[in-house]
Design a protein around this ligand. Structure first.
Ligand code: MIC
Ligand code: SF4
Length: 812
């Protein structure tokens, strides 16, 4: 019979729509048949079986109806706004999609909601939630820190509480936990499509959902009932094999993957002590921080079932670090078990009925395939300063020596949205228990961040928390805390070289404690926990012994832990507020004198001319992440106040001219000043400016402040060797021009004191070229070709001054 399964227990009026996936896919497959019979020109990639037929010299058969699709293709095409004439060309076209839900966290929700308010709509169009997790500073411990945060952030929390109530959004109060954990526990479902204003939204891929991190303006589109636009992703398959070492003799699906697919074979060393985090630490080492750009990473193979659901979520979460659009696992019984344990057996049963759409078809094609033999995978430690510098544990002590990294381990930090499941906590507790049995306490600082109130309450009830605390661990609030620099760190003075190791996901310079001399490493929570007992980076818990209080040496056993709580989850305190029935009477207050919140003024439309004689505000050298463009930590305070937060614009970027941060020269006065100051000086003189950047510019966060700030300060364009996906879209949305050097080497031809013209903005069109005319200081001029990825609709955003302006125009 007709089943209606609610999307979550909080969304009793919104239902999972597996039938739509089925129907959309029928349309898309039908188009493949037409294509095979040459009736549909083109807006599809050639079906592989067709090319195979051609190669074989035979006629194309209509059995392309069964063109094999990968899981991500099924879910994405299953959510097409209009499957009949969607332009589906991976890596080239844009898909218009209808996501099932939207999630925002407090540090990005403020700007998203301020933008939504200016759109003047009464209610959100799809189920949406806001999560208070980023604004809680770690100082003493969970309870006191939370109370302090509620006080300090009262104005912002009140704004979010009333705004969500007014527009029909579910509100997760401070203390409830980190967005991605709460999504996994309550909202994610196999085959769903969601967007979230946080780069680690892909965490929900652990439950088979396509979950993509976006900027606030993208979220505004979806809650305003517009389709959401995504560059049609390519597909990277990661085949996980178990004990067999049979990659060289592929069978089944992989046999039919046509050469020449680049394949990376891994040379694992040791078999024991693996944590799911090691899978992604290894993948990050292979693909690097930009290797996943424009792709969805799909895991498959018999190794998948050896991972727990929350372990799969960890892997998907960290896929953000390699620039992937998202990561995804096929539906399997581990997901089913997790759905049962979190009170969603109805969803499990429904998913099982549609399982054929929740896994990859046999013989489906990936653009690239990587294979990892789980049995041969060694634990890795990544860092410092970048999540893709992967060192196998067995070589790490030597690397510490060779690179002169501080060997003493100051603090180990576990938890966060990445690694804070019941299983993670149980495994860490098992290590702590073993150390305690030998009379040991931690030799370094040790903090634990539960991912949600539910996890906190459950590990308190089941005893893991006590084990972690008894050895000296400090349990922090259920929040991001030190992961995003919300850490009142006292043990090491700023500027002092020191090492920390976390089970978080990213470790950019200065991120955790605003100390650029801190060497932050990333590892599995197992490893972090074991290492705080050794007290040094060079301690290898798999091979080295520790001396117990009784003077006897011992080695840690393999960590073990329960995947799911045997007595079920304890929900803990109720921290959720559903939107009220009467929303008309809710008042949203933004005090005009506030330093935390500020209503938005629309940006000016483009003046219709090719920009000329623009100074270069800064030519950024090396890595320029969103943490460099708009820092976290103390600055999170101003996430709802564009003018105030713009004071951090690019202050972490290194100026190529002098090798310093936040020191640039005003090209008209010759004076040196901070980056935001010089930007404002140009703006106030009516002079536009550009930023020059290197590779993967804007990697990391989804924060659209990194695009809003330069726009607010009068910037015109950002010209780089390449962009990270979310940041590039954010720039376009706010009316900026993200442009690329056609020849990456041209980055070196531009000098900080050049002036530039942008020729071809007037004729900007899909695929058009722009010329960067560079006026060097010595009077010489040269032309450098630039490319862009604007499509026709996005060019309208630029003309209107922003996507929001464009939305207002269209509504008229
Ligand atoms: C992060 O991990 O960097 C953050 C803080 O969660 C960001 C979001 C933000 O900047 O608010 C992210 O990952 O998108
Ligand atoms: Fe929060 Fe860190 Fe996760 Fe970002 S990565 S959502 S800051 S815990």
């Amino acid at each position: 019979g007709a089943t209606k399964v609610a999307m979550s227990k909080f969304d009793q009026d919104s239902y999972i729509n597996y039938q739509r996936i089925e129907d959309n896919l029928a349309v898309v497959r039908q188009r493949y048949v037409a294509l095979a019979l040459s009736k549909d020109e083109s807006r599809l990639p050639p079906p592989r079986s067709a090319s195979a037929c051609i190669a074989a010299g035979s006629l194309i058969q209509p059995d392309d109806l069964n063109r094999p699709l990968t899981l991500s293709e099924k879910i994405l095409y299953g959510h097409l706004d209009n499957p009949h004439d969607a332009d589906i060309r991976p890596g080239a076209s844009y898909l218009k999609l209808r996501p099932d839900r939207v999630a925002c966290q407090d540090a990005t929700a403020q700007m998203a909601l301020l933008q939504f308010m200016s759109a003047g709509l009464p209610t959100v169009a799809v189920p949406t939630t806001v999560h208070c997790d980023h604004l809680i500073e770690a100082q003493i411990g969970g309870v006191k820190d939370l109370a302090r945060a509620k006080d300090i952030n009262k104005e912002v929390y009140d704004f979010l509480a009333t705004c969500t109530a007014k527009y029909g959004i579910g509100f997760w109060k401070p203390g409830s936990g980190i967005i991605h954990q709460i999504i996994l526990e309550n909202y994610a479902f196999p085959g769903g499509l969601m967007i979230g204003t946080d780069s680690h939204t892909p965490n929900a891929g652990g439950l088979g959902m396509i979950a993509v991190g976006v900027g606030g303006a993208d979220a505004v589109d979806v809650i305003a009932d517009l389709p959401w636009e995504l560059k049609c992703p390519k597909r990277i398959g990661v085949k996980l094999t178990g004990k067999i070492s049979g990659w060289t003799t592929p069978k089944g699906a992989s046999l039919s993957i046509p050469p020449p697919l680049p394949r990376v074979l891994l040379d694992g060393i040791s078999a024991d002590g693996n944590h799911p985090a090691d899978v992604i630490l290894k993948v990050a080492g292979i693909l690097t921080v930009k290797g996943g750009t424009g792709a969805i990473i799909e895991y498959f193979g018999e190794g998948v079932t050896s991972l727990s659901c929350t372990g799969m979520a960890t892997i998907c979460n960290m896929g953000a670090e390699i620039g992937a659009t998202t990561s995804l696992f096929p539906y399997n019984e581990r997901m089913g078990g997790y759905l049962d344990a979190t009170g969603r057996s109805e969803i499990r049963k429904y998913a099982e009925r549609f399982q054929h759409n929740l896994r990859t078809d046999e013989n489906a094609e990936y653009d690239q395939v990587i294979e990892i033999n789980l049995s041969e995978l060694e634990p890795h430690i990544n860092g410092p300063y970048t999540p893709d510098l992967a060192t196998p544990l067995s070589k790490f002590a030597q690397a510490v020596k060779d690179n002169n990294w501080p060997d003493k381990l100051s603090v180990g930090l576990i938890g966060s949205c990445t690694n804070s499941s019941y299983e993670d906590m149980s495994r860490s507790a098992s290590i702590a228990e073993e150390a305690a049995a030998h009379g040991l306490k931690v030799q370094s600082g040790f903090t634990i961040t539960p991912g949600s109130e539910q996890i906190r309450a459950t590990i308190e009830r089941d005893g893991q928390m006590e084990k972690l605390e008894s050895v000296g661990g400090v349990v922090l609030a259920n929040a991001c805390g030190p992961c995003i620099g919300q850490w009142d760190r006292q043990d090491v003075p700023k500027g002092t070289k020191n090492s920390i190791i976390t089970s978080y996901n990213r470790n950019f310079t200065g991120r955790n404690d605003a100390n650029t001399a801190t060497h932050a490493f990333v590892a599995s929570p197992d490893l972090v926990t074991a290492m705080v007992f050794g007290g040094s980076l060079s301690f290898n818990p798999m091979t080295d012994s520790l001396k117990g209080a009784d003077g006897k040496e011992f080695k840690f056993s393999d960590p073990s832990g329960k995947e799911l709580p045997p007595r079920g989850y304890d929900a803990g305190e109720n921290t959720y507020a559903a939107p009220p029935a009467d929303r008309a009477s809710v008042n949203v207050i933004v005090d005009p004198k506030s330093d935390r919140l500020q209503l938005l003024e629309p940006f000016k439309p483009w003046d219709g001319k090719d920009p000329k004689d623009l100074p270069i505000l800064i030519k950024a050298k090396g890595k320029c992440t969103t943490d460099h463009i708009s820092a976290g930590g103390p600055w999170l305070k101003y996430r709802g106040h564009l003018e105030n937060i713009s004071q951090n614009c690019l202050i972490g970027a290194i100026n190529e001219a002098n090798g310093e941060a936040n020191k640039v020269q005003n090209q008209f006065t010759g004076e040196w000043d901070g980056v935001p100051q010089v930007a404002a000086q140009y703006r106030d003189q009516g002079i536009g400016w550009v930023v020059i950047g290197d590779e993967n510019y804007g990697e990391g966060s989804s924060r659209e402040h990194a695009a809003l700030e330069p726009r607010y300060l009068g910037g015109t364009a950002v010209i780089t060797r390449s962009f990270a996906r979310i940041h590039e879209t954010n720039l376009k949305k706010q009316g900026m021009l993200p442009l690329n050097f056609k020849n990456p080497a041209d980055y070196d031809r531009v000098k900080s004191d050049d002036k530039v013209d942008l020729i071809g903005i007037k004729d900007l069109a899909e695929g058009s070229e722009v010329t960067l005319r560079v006026h060097h200081k010595d009077g010489k001029t040269e032309d450098l070709p630039l490319t862009h990825t604007f499509n026709a609709g996005q060019i309208e955003w630029h003309r209107a001054g922003s996507a929001l302006n464009r939305m207002a125009q269209a509504a008229k």
